[in-house]
Design a protein around this ligand. Structure first.
Ligand SMILES: Nc1ncnc2c1ncn2[C@@H]1O[C@H](COP(=O)(O)OP(=O)(O)OP(=O)(O)O)[C@@H](O)[C@H]1O
Ligand SMILES: [Mg+2]
Length: 299
């Protein structure tokens, strides 16, 4: 009960935390806003119900550009549901999605793509029988005089991979089915970059990867955010989370248990939050920028 915001559990938690300042006055070190004081994506009071199951309850979350936000939580906490609501797969039952300061309604994944939201899944969304260039340019093919401009497309794909310092791919004409998991992930990220996504969402990007492939993907995530887009990463792996995250958001039973700069958390406090919805450890340290939502008391 010692952090400033946890005492606001209940009524106060809905109105008084730094993340919710409408413009201009974000929490000084929370780093959620760009120069206009406006985070790229704001979720306000998002709820999602599947019949009797309330999968998400009153989620207030800012996702700033140029930063990696890690979304963590135990199985069934609501991570995928939240991400699917941002990706246009589900429509929230309540609440608002605010994109660049404007309220938006995402009726389909197409709507999300049109805004500049790209979702990268581990094994989906790439065509195994096509090569790297074909995959990256799929739906965005360059045509000249009625023919595919293979040279330009290959150059573009190569340049994007080089920009992201993806060096382990031997040939961009290799079929994607023959790539390792980490290389596939790299191609999927490069595709999102090429489509100039402003928000790249990654659901468990390292779940199926070995040590060196995980390294490749983690460094890619860091470089991606440095280029400007917001990155929202779901992960179960706290090592990965602490390697890449600028901000951490913890879901517990459909509620946002805590959100704040990664530096304000440690693995033990995140585990507490994931498993009980609260943590006394944060309060012993300098957790003043972490917003605890008091999920335990609202049960
Ligand atoms: N399509 C659906 N229909 C009914 N209930 C659903 C549906 N999708 C998710 N749920 C329920 O919503 C809750 C949150 O599920 P979600 O898949 O978002 O969890 P998660 O945090 O992604 O878990 P995991 O770590 O296991 O992937 C769960 O109780 C789940 O059973
Ligand atoms: Mg999931």
């Amino acid at each position: 009960m010692a952090t400033p915001s946890q005492g606001d559990a209940g009524k106060g938690a809905r109105s008084a935390e730094a993340d919710r300042a409408p413009t201009g006055s974000p929490s000084p070190s929370a780093g959620t806003a760009d120069a206009d004081g406006q985070p790229l994506l704001r979720l306000r009071g998002i709820g999602k119900r599947f019949g009797p199951v309330q999968a998400l309850i009153d989620i207030n979350l800012d996702v700033p550009a140029g930063k990696v936000t890690a979304l963590v939580g135990d199985n069934g906490a609501g991570k995928s549901t939240l991400v699917k609501s941002i990706a246009g797969i589900w429509q929230p039952s309540s609440g608002e999605i605010i994109w660049n300061g404007k309220r938006v309604h995402l009726h389909s994944p197409r709507d999300a793509t049109a805004l500049g939201i790209a979702t990268v899944y581990q094994d989906l969304a790439l065509a195994d029988n096509l090569d790297i260039v074909q995959n990256m340019m799929l739906g965005h093919e360059v045509v000249r005089h009625g023919l595919l401009d293979e040279i330009t497309m290959e150059k573009t794909a190569k340049a994007t991979l080089a920009d992201l310092a993806v060096t382990t791919v031997r040939s961009v004409r290799q079929v994607v089915g023959s790539l390792s998991g980490g290389q596939r992930q790299a191609v999927a990220v490069a595709k999102a970059v090429m489509q100039e996504a402003q928000l790249v969402i990654m659901d468990e990007p390292t779940a199926a990867l070995g040590v060196s492939q995980t390294e490749l993907v983690l460094s890619l995530i860091t470089r991606l955010a440095e280029r400007g887009p917001a990155v929202l990463v779901i992960s179960h792996n706290l090592n990965d989370v602490f390697r890449v995250a600028d901000r951490i958001a913890v879901l517990y039973l459909g509620r946002l248990a805590a959100v704040g700069p990664a530096a304000e958390f440690d693995p033990a406090s995140v585990v507490d939050l994931m498993t009980t919805g609260t943590s006394s450890r944060l309060m012993n340290g300098n957790g003043e920028n972490v917003t605890l939502r008091g999920s335990g008391s609202e049960g």
